[in-house]
Ligand binder design. Structure first.
Ligand SMILES: *Cc1c(COP(=O)(O)O)cnc(C)c1O
Length: 423
């Protein structure tokens, strides 16, 4: 008896507290970094400072009538965590706030289990048999597989061209009215090629296409695709948004909020590529430092590029911040800074690449990107080891090419490690 009366004290019911009031100062914030810290947050009914990890698959109804209202949408509230979850919602709202910062528009985000899950929802929700999707030839490997191997099984076929050539792109659109979506990724993984978001999405609208942009490499701090005629933005949140390499995740954002709430939500819920509260929590904490991390990443990357460019063992440096990069002007037109990713070519080829990788002391030998630590990979001996030489060359992957995610360590330590590994 005593226990149950105590329990009452311990369970402050959030009664009419739902949906929680938007008491965060997010609406009045003027700085991007402040929004990265506070955006999306709602006051927790239990007064927790940080959003709790809502590890609950279902949500209760006070009455059968409330259950009815939740299901028919007349009352906001959670029902089942594949459909939505409070921790996940905070991550979605934070990213949507950052992607639309000072644009005067709204967007809605749907968090997914991975970047690929978000991209799959986008394509399966918007394309139908007979449609075509046009894209630049340099794309993330998984996206490339999806549009060239999986979608064709559903009679959705790709048109892959060099989209840095605007005339060629327009010719392709003019020639083929079945093209329904223009899909871009800029900067692209792994080549760091950039395409012109403004010009390409103007073309997309001229030909009545859906325009989607993968903003993973830039993050909304460096580039806001919604500033242009982009309908959907996708991210692998696994990379810079999370920032610490602690969780796989992805997000699909759309600026037609109504469509996001209806069609896109329905497809997401049915395909089941939902995120989870724990990963969303890690993502939220990671994003709070996105501005300071990206500033440091980009500053270090510029300095590292300059160091490498002057090193006698290096044949070539590919960094969008250098005016030697063919996409330098495109990158600078649409990005705040040129980003944290670069690659460089060793004069000593395959053997030199392997030796260099083995000598690294602080920098980490691994694939992926977006973490605080500097990551280096050698495609010829790792990711692209089994790819035929001609195929590799098409993407500019030579035997001595090293790909680098420049981290946020102290610059001198990164340069010292590179210098001793190059010697
Ligand atoms: C990593 C990555 C993806 C895929 O994301 P996952 O989270 O690994 O599914 C998509 N696009 C780009 C540009 C990426 O770098």
């Amino acid at each position: 008896m005593q226990l149950s009366s105590k329990l009452k004290v311990f369970i402050p019911m959030p009664d009419n507290n739902f949906p929680p009031k938007k008491d965060s100062p997010a609406e009045v914030l003027t700085g991007w970094g402040s929004l990265a810290v506070h955006g999306g947050h709602v006051k927790d009914p239990m007064y927790a400072h940080l959003v709790p990890i809502y590890a609950s698959s279902t949500y209760v109804f006070d009455s059968a009538e409330q259950g009815m209202r939740r299901f028919d949408g007349t009352e906001e509230g959670f029902i089942y965590s594949r459909w939505g979850n409070p921790t996940i919602k905070e991550a979605e709202d934070k990213i949507a706030a950052l992607e639309t910062f000072q644009l005067g528009i709204e967007a809605k985000g749907i968090l997914h289990a991975s970047g690929m899950a978000a991209i799959s929802t986008l394509m399966l929700a918007t394309l139908k048999p007979g449609d075509k999707i046009i894209s630049h030839f340099s794309l993330y490997g998984g996206t490339n597989e999806l549009i060239t191997k999986i979608l064709p099984g559903l009679q959705i076929t790709p048109v892959i061209i060099d989209m840095r050539d605007l005339q060629k792109t327009e010719d392709a659109l003019k020639a083929d009215p079945a093209i329904r979506m223009l899909y871009i990724e800029t900067p692209a993984n792994p080549t760091i090629q950039c395409v012109d978001i403004d010009e390409l999405t103007k073309l997309a609208k001229k030909y009545n296409l859906i325009a989607a942009c993968d903003n993973t490499f830039a993050t909304p701090y460096l580039q806001q695709p919604f500033k242009y005629a982009v309908d959907y933005v996708v991210h692998s949140t696994t990379k810079f948004l999370n920032g610490h390499g602690t969780a796989i995740g992805g997000i699909l954002l759309g600026k037609d909020v109504e469509l996001m709430k209806t069609t896109m939500t329905k497809v997401h819920r049915t395909l089941g590529g939902n995120s989870n509260a724990f990963d969303a929590f890690l993502l939220i904490q990671g994003m709070k430092t996105l501005e300071v991390r990206m500033e440091r990443h980009c500053h270090n990357a510029m300095e590292v590029a300059a160091f490498l460019e002057n090193h006698p063992a290096v044949a070539k440096v590919n960094y969008t911040g250098l005016d030697s990069h063919p996409d330098h002007y495109t990158a600078m037109k649409q990005m705040r800074h040129p980003g944290a990713m670069l690659s460089f070519e060793l004069k000593s080829g395959l053997k030199g690449g392997i030796d260099f990788m083995n000598k690294l002391k602080m920098c980490v030998r691994t694939v992926s990107l977006g973490t605080c630590d500097t990551l280096l990979s050698h495609p010829a001996s790792m990711t692209h080891y089994s790819v035929p030489k001609e195929e590799k060359e098409k993407y500019g992957i030579t035997d001595g090419l090293i790909r680098m995610n420049v981290g946020i360590e102290n610059l001198q330590d990164i340069i010292n490690d590179l210098r001793q590994s190059l010697s």
